[in-house]
Write a protein of this length. Sequence first.
Length: 193
Amino acid sequence: MLVTLEGLDGSGKTTVVEALRGEFPDATFTREPTESWYGEAVLRSVRDDDADPMAECFLYVADHADHLSRVVRPGLEAGLVVSDRYSDSRYAYQSVALAERLDDPVEYLKDVHRPFTRPPDRTIYLDIDPETAAARSGATNKFEQVEFLERVQERYEQLIEAEPERFVRVDASQPPEVVCEEVVNVLRRAEHG
């Protein structure tokens, strides 16, 4: 089973992953962008305020393709894979970055991914308001600014509305231990049926 964690920067995904590692020691834990050279290229682009949004988008896509072949598909053969960010991050974040260039950036990005990606079985959306997200993340790059995050949040809501059976919303404004406990319970239920 492939479980993905999604949410705005600062929503607590990293904290949740650490809690899940203790509860599901046999699972494969991973993230996007990855630690591969593709992921390093993504991070270099993120730090560049003048990076071309389309070029940056395809760096993310390349990283995703490598991630699938190197980590996700082999991990699924062994059992549970938990990814901190996945394709929905692209649909939410890069669609906002590409909004001025494309008529329907979400659909464009889904079309790019469709031939090769492996959709998640369950996506846990850590829901938090953009102001809190920006404050927690430190607003250190172009993707962590409140105005940008407000538009990203709208995209996530569209994704959730389109596939409500896949997404599980968890209120990430709660204390971290409560959020972690809720996510662990979601995974336990997903594992058993």
